[in-house]
Write a protein that binds this ligand. Structure first.
Ligand SMILES: CC(C)(COP(=O)(O)OP(=O)(O)OC[C@H]1O[C@@H](n2cnc3c(N)ncnc32)[C@H](O)[C@@H]1OP(=O)(O)O)[C@@H](O)C(=O)NCCC(=O)NCCS
Length: 214
């Protein structure tokens, strides 16, 4: 079903474009604490060689993005790939983690599913699952163009929108667009610190659960 939403964004419909999408996400998330823990697990240290392998990170993200694309997620880009986002429309869930998935992603999925159930029950909702700006692109409006049209669509249908913010800057940007923090939780407690680096008895990475339009 085509979403009745306004420009300025372009929907990604071709499999060949997924690598571009993964490239923007890999760049945007290169310093993200949660993804550092998920990506490097108990080897999450600042001198880990994988951190310098930017192409390797693109190839890490590509199958993740592709599986969500194939599940029915809406992938969009704005301002000629300045920023990208992945929305899960009502009724579409991202695939469950594989049996050999990293412990961080298994813990994350379990906590998020519990909190979505707690705050939304079985209510259909839009889910802003991924968003990132290419670090070298400052185009104004690129991020708004990926969020606002879908929030408008959700409002028109009287549906809430859900997301998790993995850092305080993202939380503040989402607040600017009308999301409210409804809960928070930590991932990797006892294993990593707040930055996602391995640390015995570390506090874990703080994540905010947010909802708009409830
Ligand atoms: C999250 C992310 C996409 C936000 O993009 P950004 O480039 O920082 O945001 P922008 O500067 O385009 O700002 C977007 C809007 O939020 C507003 N904003 C920016 N910082 C803000 C703040 N600290 N408080 C309130 N509003 C803020 C801007 O004014 C702008 O609003 P406008 O469209 O009305 O002018 C980007 O920081 C990113 O890619 N981060 C790394 C990956 C990441 O954290 N992804 C999200 C994980 S949950």
């Amino acid at each position: 079903m085509a979403a009745r939403v306004a420009a300025p964004f372009a929907r990604i419909t071709k499999v060949e474009e997924l690598e571009n999408f993964a490239r923007v996400i890999a760049g945007a998330f290169s310093n993200d604490a949660l993804n550092r823990f998920i990506f490097l697990g108990r080897e999450s240290r600042p001198d880990h060689p994988k951190l310098d392998d930017s192409e390797g990170r693109v190839q890490y993200w590509l199958p993740i993005v592709k599986s969500r694309f194939e599940t029915g997620a809406i992938l969009i880009q704005s301002s000629d790939w300045a920023a990208v986002a992945l929305w899960l429309p009502p009724g579409i869930e991202k695939p469950k983690p594989a049996a050999n998935a990293p412990e961080g992603s298994v813990e994350y999925r379990k906590k998020v599913d519990e909190l979505r159930k707690k705050h939304l029950g079985d209510k259909p909702h839009w889910n802003l699952n991924l968003i990132g700006r290419a670090p070298d692109r400052l185009d104004r409006g690129a991020v708004r163009g990926l969020i606002e049209p879908y929030l408008q669509k959700a409002r028109e249908d009287n549906l809430p929108a859900w997301l998790e913010a993995t850092n305080s800057h993202a939380r503040d940007v989402y607040t600017h667009f009308g999301f409210k923090v409804v809960d928070d939780f930590r991932i990797g407690k006892g294993i990593v610190n707040g930055q996602g680096w391995i640390e015995h008895n570390g506090e874990g990475v703080l994540i905010y659960a947010m909802i708009a339009g409830l």
